[in-house]
Design a protein around this ligand. Structure first.
Ligand code: NAP
Length: 275
């Protein structure tokens, strides 16, 4: 599995696993944890979650999945913007740690920008880092101007998690280059557009050539860039396996040109989209 090196020098797998919509129903919890464990067995050992998902339920599912194998896993979680204050951040982190049943979160992100000043959130993140409760901090859904402002507050941002897939290429115009130039890894969320990729077009044609479906092609396309991490969410075992294949699929120049024709890159700045 290809890795992406964080600014601190640690390498994480380029292909991880998401957990949005997990932990919402008790009768699905076992299957969700099993899917995550299947992904861990296949090397997708970066797991993304958030206090928001399933109202804490997704963190509990992650807790089930990583029980007994914590050291293999790079756990990412996120704090709600309304909790991103000096006092709110450590309290939210403690609740997350409890649900995850672990003593540290590897990467803790501000889920999106809210009313609390970035400087205050960063100060709280740094305090958590000093206390060993989190190992790195980062942000999510921050556009280029927000990243500029964050850089002004101080360094240390280990990732920006943003919406990025073949149908959502706006970030290629300015945000991806900004992050590359400032050594901030990008984590692509909804990398297969929540399963809504158009059928019967370029992705299917390319998939046929490689013996995979359009979702695996789209995921391989996100992973074509060395500094980008992708975190697809999958509960069905066949989806977990198909996603793992994407990490080994190398798209040809012809494939990439076809994708550019079907999903053109941006020609001007587009505001960062969010799901
Ligand atoms: P996604 O990963 O693009 O798509 C997930 C959906 O696609 C699920 O319905 C899944 O079905 C299906 N799927 C997965 N693999 C598939 C495959 N190989 N073939 C066909 N269908 C497949 O969407 P997402 O969950 O929105 O994004 C991924 C993760 O990013 C989230 O889970 C979350 O951790 C994170 N995220 C972060 C933010 C943010 O604001 N920071 C926003 C959105 C998402 P099954 O589950 O039934 O297998």
């Amino acid at each position: 599995m290809r890795g992406v090196t964080l600014p601190g020098g640690e390498t994480v797998p380029a292909l991880g696993q998401g957990t949005w919509y997990m932990g919402e129903r008790a009768d699905r919890r076992k299957a969700e944890a099993a899917a995550l464990r299947r992904g861990l067995d296949l090397g997708m050992t970066l797991v993304d979650t958030a206090e928001m998902y399933g109202d804490g339920g997704a963190e509990e599912v992650v807790g089930d999945a990583i029980a007994g194998r914590r050291d293999e896993v790079f756990v990412v979680s996120k704090v709600y913007p309304h909790n991103a204050s000096r006092k709110g951040v450590p309290a939210a982190a403690e609740r997350s740690l409890k649900r995850l049943r672990t003593d540290r979160i590897d990467l803790y992100l501000l889920h999106w920008r809210g009313r609390h000043p970035l400087a205050e959130t960063v100060e709280a993140f740094e305090a958590l880092r000093a206390a060993g409760k989190i190992r790195y901090w980062g942000v999510s859904n921050l556009d280029t101007s927000d990243m500029e402002e964050l850089a002004g507050v101080g360094g240390g941002c280990a990732a920006n998690q943003i919406l990025y897939n073949v149908t959502r290429r706006g970030v290629e115009f300015d945000l991806l280059p900004w992050c590359a130039a400032h050594d901030v890894p990008v984590m692509a969320y909804s990398p297969i557009e929540q399963g809504r990729l158009p059928a019967g077009g370029a992705l299917d044609i390319i998939g046929k050539r490689h013996g995979v479906d359009r979702f695996t092609v789209a995921l391989a396309w996100v992973l074509r860039q060395p500094e980008v991490i992708a975190i697809p969410k999958a509960v069905r075992p066949e989806h977990v396996d198909a996603n793992r294949k994407a990490a080994d699929l190398v798209l040809t120049a012809e494939d990439l040109a076809e994708i550019d024709r079907a999903f053109p890159p941006p020609r001007r700045k587009q505001p960062l989209a969010m799901l």
